[in-house]
Design a protein around this ligand. Structure first.
Ligand code: DAK
Length: 260
């Protein structure tokens, strides 16, 4: 199958997927989201012999600097809900994939980029990696599972702080908090990710699939936080604040929010 924004390389049973939009710091536009969905929902399940997958970003600066803000301007509550729901389906396909998926976080992992890294089973971060959920700077909330998975990884207190301040944390802080599994020098992240996948591939494949299934099952609770995120995200995309936040980013100025 043809991919516009994903580079797909296979070596020794490991597929490395590189999000290839370096000029936009690998921001997730809808085309890239559709391609990630197609890969994990249609292509990868047809390749049962593989050992695992690595997700990374092109260049040395960013893993993924967020959803593509330049596509935000046409959003409203209906479209926002629809896109959030689609994003959840794509990221659940990654999170529930029965083979290891490792994020090689080689720079900024912000907003949708941090959400993508969190949907992977493991995260190897380079020393220059930065994680954050800066959506509130744009007048919205995370829409690809960030409000739920950040709590799962680092706990409510710190998640609440990062979600409300939009602050970034560096790789060592991400490791200290349990968000990054390993921190490695820039340039060695793919080797570390491959080493992890090789180690896992020596174990029983059914057992690995069941580990993934049962660890994920721990977080299936009565109240569906993901569904409430879809609704809340849709609501924020209908605000004047969101229009102002996205316009301010594009015009490279500080946003003036009005609270409506
Ligand atoms: N989208 C589009 N373009 C981006 C981008 C992004 N998220 N991030 C960076 N770029 C572009 C910049 O506009 C710039 O393009 P040109 O101006 O050269 O054309 C180029 O990448 C290089 O960026 P900078 O010049 O800004 O590079 P710096 O080193 O100075 O700064 C930075 C790096 C990562 C600190 C900065 O670029 C930055 O703050 N980027 C934005 C970070 C951010 O706020 N990310 C978005 C978070 S919100 C949704 C679901 C989920 C989401 C949205 C919708 N739906 C369900 C609809 C998620 C939202 C987010 O991710």
């Amino acid at each position: 199958m043809q991919y516009e924004n994903l580079l797909i390389q296979e070596e020794n049973g490991i597929i490395t997927l590189t999000i290839n939009r370096e000029k936009a710091l690998n921001a997730l536009n809808m085309q890239t989201m559709r391609e990630l969905g197609r890969f994990f929902r249609e292509d990868a399940p047809q390749r049962p012999g593989l050992k695992g997958f690595i997700l990374t970003g092109a260049g040395e600066k960013a893993f993924v600097a967020g959803a593509d803000i330049k596509e935000f301007l046409g959003l409203g509550p209906g479209k926002g809900r629809e896109m959030s729901q689609f994003g959840h389906e794509v990221f659940f396909a990654i999170e529930r994939f029965p083979k290891p998926v490792v994020a090689a976080v080689n720079g900024f992992a912000l907003g949708g980029g941090c959400e993508l890294a969190m949907a992977c089973h493991l995260r190897v971060a380079t020393e220059n990696a930065r994680f954050g959920q800066p959506e509130v700077n744009l007048g919205i909330i995370p829409g690809y599972g960030g409000t739920q998975r950040l709590i799962q990884y680092i706990g409510k207190s710190k998640a609440m702080e990062l979600l409300m301040t939009g602050d970034m944390i560096d790789a060592n802080e991400a490791w200290r908090l349990g968000l990054a599994n390993h921190v490695v020098p820039q340039g060695s992240e793919l080797d570390k990710a491959k080493e992890l996948i090789e180690k896992i591939s020596a174990k029983g494949p059914v057992a690995i699939a069941k580990v993934i299934e049962t660890v994920n099952a721990y977080f299936h609770t009565e109240q569906d936080g993901f569904a409430s995120e879809v609704e809340a995200f849709g609501a924020t995309t209908g605000t004047e604040d969101f229009k102002e936040g996205a316009a301010a980013f594009i015009e490279k100025r500080k946003a003036g929010f009005q609270g409506r």
